[in-house]
Design a protein around this ligand. Sequence first.
Ligand SMILES: C[S@@+](CC[C@H](N)C(=O)[O-])C[C@H]1O[C@@H](n2cnc3c(N)ncnc32)[C@H](O)[C@@H]1O
Length: 273
Amino acid sequence: MPMMAKARESFSGDAVTIAYNKQIARNYDNERLIEPRRLDEIVKIAVDHTQRNRSFGSGDVKILDLGCGTGFFTIPLAQRLPFQFTGADRSEEMLEIARSKAAGQGIIWDVQEATRLSYESQSFDLIFMSNFLHHFMNPLDVIEQCVRVLKPGGLLINHYGALEDIIKDPDHKFFQQAIDLDVRRTPARIQMEYLLKSAGMADITSRKGTYRLCHSAQERVKMVENKYISVFHMMDEMTFQRGLKELKRYAESSRFDPWLREIVLTTTCGIKA
Ligand SMILES: C[S@@+](CC[C@H](N)C(=O)[O-])C[C@H]1O[C@@H](n2cnc3c(N)ncnc32)[C@H](O)[C@@H]1O
């Protein structure tokens, strides 16, 4: 079986995402935190790559944040990197929030369907994605689009929770249904690397880190209560409330457990050969 078909087959299943509507868009940024170290690491990857590729120095370095949502990463990254940023997402509601932010004025915000990007081939030097590919039945379709719109030598930076890490986190530990749903849609680190390779990318590397997600156990409970990640919207309400009760009980008894404040994330990068 050809490699691409094999990669595709391993991710087939039912629909795996939600609509990011007005209500979700309005609440999306609330209580979320990006530890500055996370941004620093992404910035370093982008800067190191552009410095190694001198051809990028001939004009503006163009970077696409694919699945940018409310610009939660796009804006702080644009504040740190002297690149021309485009944020693309299919949700008008998420983009409306991004556009309303004063700090995002210099960014191009585009409505785009990630499996059918309207950009010309070889338009971008870098593509960044965060918390994105688990929304697709066939993530390879998106990665192939990324390869198409990247310039030769261009870099894809994919920042995500790998399956083997997220199933151990507080958002899954107390919610068996969240595990059942995410097992169907979330690539493990090795699968993510394989997907990039299948799409023809080279020099694939992954780096895993543990980061601060919130300041206290109570904050984590509040985030879950507000269904801060899509899997909670995909669960049935009774099961969700049962898991929430268990999480609250644990948070009450172990309020200083650092596990409740943390998140484990991976950044997998690949270069368009
Ligand atoms: C979990 S949010 C991540 C947003 C942002 N990257 C972040 O980390 O804060 C996922 C985003 O993917 C977008 N999305 C889902 N499916 C999409 C598709 N087929 N094409 C473009 N965007 C999509 C959603 O609208 C949503 O804004």
